[in-house]
Design a protein around this ligand. Sequence first.
Ligand code: SF4
Length: 226
Amino acid sequence: MAEREKKSGIYIHIPFCHSKCTYCSFITGSYEELLVENYISALEAEIRRKAASLLPSQKFVDTIYFGGGTPSIISPKQLERLLSTCLESFHVCQKTEITAEMNPSDLQKSRLEAFRQIGINRASVGIQSFIDLQLKAIGRDHSAEQALTAIEKLHASGFDNISIDLIAGLPDQTWQQWSYNLSTAFSMLPDHLSIYLLEIKEATTLYAQVKSGRVATPDQDLAAQI
Ligand code: SF4
């Protein structure tokens, strides 16, 4: 492969969330307007700085991924600023896959259409479960109804490349509940499905809950079966 044909991916981290999920060990904070604005400006500078440190042949890009945290929490205008900075600083290929991780509670029509318009062409939605009790138990801020309608809303706003995430092995999860989550996910025909097995890490709320006996230790045999 010729040197100039080597392509890279850009990952941009948005470390803000609506609330803290009990199992989450990532460093994230709540959305605060000034803090987010300062973070976006710092990211723009960092994207330019990184690009300036590369040779022209190292600047070909064919994927851009906004992960988090919750990238859908920031405004389409702020995402557009970051994307424009990438476009100005790197050689972004025409068919570049541009993904944003999204929370089911952020999928309002106007917001999705704006994301689509600025060039986000792939959505990765953190569904985790289609059961309200489970979502509540792990501190997710969205409802089962929002999870169930996520793909429909994305399609209606022009997204045709959609990935969803589920978490397996939640505390008190039964085989039947897991089967329901999995078959519901399949019935929505996502383009991609990621399944994560729950890990209980120290310094999370879930760890303290399990340690104190307030939440049952997830059944390891069932997790293995899943
Ligand atoms: S949405 Fe994701 S990153 Fe944010 S608190 Fe929940 S698990 Fe952590």
